[in-house]
Design a protein around this ligand. Structure first.
Ligand code: NAG
Ligand code: NAG
Ligand code: NAG
Ligand code: NAG
Ligand code: NAG
Ligand code: NAG
Ligand code: NAG
Ligand code: NAG
Ligand code: NAG
Length: 437
């Protein structure tokens, strides 16, 4: 008896202190045909600073752009924020934010602030209603900066966690993190899978995440179905760690493109990728599985202006490790090129790639070009190492390794690999060749 009174008093005490210091806002979807945007924004306005916001399960109808400013705040998102598939509305510049500087990309939902956690409990996140977008863009020209919205943008976020979050049918970039620091994404599903037989085999052009001007970002337990880059590490991304990432379809994991802006230098440094799988899908769902990991810069000449054109930018990407990488029928496991957006007589890029380490790669390539490293003559790649790089080419084909303006070596493990005839990295030891572009 005494015990239960005590716990009642404690509970009452706790509840009142909670009520004062951490307001709680709880929402349920209003229901079909109604607009949830106002109640969502009101809850975040009331509980987004020092409070707790709980979205019960279900679908929330979001009809206009939204920013959540979260400070010392927790959001439990048990349901989906469903962004109306009104393409003309969203493509109107006034109806999205342009907080992501690179390529002037558009955002319909921005999270900013510090010391926050958004937990979607593997039961919620964003419904992007992308099928309509993918179909629309089979008959309309698309270009970077054209207003296709990023599904989830973190902008100027510090010490944030996004947990067990699903984004279904992203129209374009699934995630972007820009101008942010110390953010963990722990559990992210992005799924752009064509479900309309009439569009079978059409690439849904979208990305898992683009990182830009951000430091200390962790991507843990990601599962990305997309048609373009699974992860794209863009300018001024430092201390990026990705672990247990599955990429289904798409172009693979990209560093770049870098050097698009002639007036900016792009710095990419201290990146660690571990336990990565790249899996080819049924082509009706996503037809491409282009690269394992690839590095790309624009060339040294300026060809037009960003977002669509560019080039001439400087900078470097260094201290990058990709280990425990498993490939399923990718076209080119490893590719480096520095001629993005260029022409044959252009100036070579001054942007350097160096200190790249590829450890314990396995699986299969569809083509025989396992490694294609074509660095700029003005910016020789240095310090590229391979250890346990054992990717198979189709039966009966000889693996090909291309190495231009680069210096790399195979570590001891590959001397052993070389004896199985599958993988002749030994032949590439300490090679340094110079070619013109
Ligand atoms: C979303 O809200 C709009 C009103 O702003 C309404 O016209 C539309 O039918 C709603 N959509 C859904 C799926 O409920
Ligand atoms: C993605 O969505 C499609 C269609 O709804 C489904 O078949 C597939 O299993 C999903 N992929 C993942 C990884 O959840
Ligand atoms: C890897 O991530 C997937 C989700 O994408 C998760 O289901 C799985 O448990 C994770 N594996 C490990 C070893 O953590
Ligand atoms: C760099 O150039 C872009 C246009 O290409 C411009 O929008 C931006 O403001 C410039 N940035 C700086 C720092 O000069
Ligand atoms: C990257 O950071 C450097 C300085 O650290 C700066 O000069 C450069 O403009 C930045 N680049 C971008 C793309 O913001
Ligand atoms: C290289 O990057 C890793 C993180 O991926 C970091 O732990 C290490 O200190 C960096 N090495 C150097 C020399 O900066
Ligand atoms: C690359 O650097 C060299 C040496 O500093 C310089 O002469 C050249 O103009 C630069 N090229 C570009 C495209 O910026
Ligand atoms: C190599 O990577 C595979 C996954 O691709 C993993 O199962 C295996 O344990 C790794 N080997 C070592 C020695 O880490
Ligand atoms: C390389 O991979 C092949 C098949 O995937 C395997 O049979 C072989 O044992 C591997 N070699 C080494 C050294 O791991």
């Amino acid at each position: 008896m005494g015990f239960s009174i005590l716990s009642f008093l404690l509970a009452a005490c706790f509840a009142s202190s909670v009520a004062q210091s951490t307001p709680t806002c709880t929402l349920s979807p209003l229901g079909l045909g109604l607009d949830d945007t106002d109640q969502v924004l009101a809850a975040i306005a009331r509980c987004g600073h020092g409070g707790h916001t709980v979205f019960r399960g279900g679908t929330y109808n979001i009809t206009r752009k939204m920013t959540w400013d979260l400070v010392d705040s927790k959001v439990d998102l048990h349901g989906y924020l469903s962004f109306t598939p009104d393409i003309d509305y969203w493509l109107n510049t006034l109806n999205t934010y342009r907080v992501v500087f690179i390529q002037n990309q558009a955002s319909w939902f921005v999270i900013t602030g510090k010391d926050f956690e958004v937990d979607a409990h593997n039961t919620g996140g964003i419904q992007g209603n992308g099928q309509a977008w993918w179909e629309y863009f089979t008959t309309h020209a698309k270009a970077d900066g054209d207003g296709r919205p990023i599904a989830l943008t973190l902008f100027r976020a510090r010490h944030g966690i996004i947990r067990n979050f699903a984004i279904n049918e992203q129209p374009f970039w699934c995630n972007c993190i820009a101008e942010s620091q110390s953010v963990i994404y722990d559990g992210m599903l992005c799924n752009a899978s064509n479900a309309n037989p009439a569009f079978a085999g059409t690439k849904c052009v979208n990305f898992g995440i683009n990182t830009y001007r951000s430091d200390d970002i962790s991507l843990l337990d990601w599962d990305i179905t997309c048609g373009d880059d699974c992860l794209a590490i863009k300018g001024n991304s430092t201390k990026i760690s990705a672990r247990n990432v599955t990429c289904r379809g798409g172009n693979g994991i990209a560093f770049g493109s870098l050097g698009q802006y002639a007036n900016l230098s792009d710095i990419v440094e201290n990146v660690h990728l571990q336990d990565i799988q790249l899996l080819r899908l049924d082509p009706a769902v996503q037809p491409n599985m282009q690269n394992g990991v690839y590095f790309k810069s624009w060339d040294g000449s300026i060809n037009g202006v960003p977002p669509t054109g560019g080039g001439g930018g400087t900078g470097f990407a260094k201290n990058i490790t990709a280990m425990n990488v498993m490939l399923d029928r990718v076209n080119t496991p490893l590719h480096v090129y520095q001629t993005n957006g260029g022409h044959s007589l252009d100036l070579p890029s001054n942007l350097t790639f160096g200190g790249l380490h590829f450890i314990n790669w396995s699986g299969t390539a569809l083509g025989n070009k396992l490694v294609d490293i074509e660095c700029s003559i003005a910016a020789t790649c240095t310090g590229i190492t391979f250890s346990g790089f054992n990717v198979s080419v189709p039966v009966g084909e000889a693996p090909q390794y291309i190495c231009q303006n680069s210096e790399f070596r195979a570590m001891p493990q590959d001397n052993r690999d070389a004896t199985d005839g599958q993988n002749n990295l030994k032949q590439m030891r300490f090679m340094m060749r110079r070619h013109t572009m």
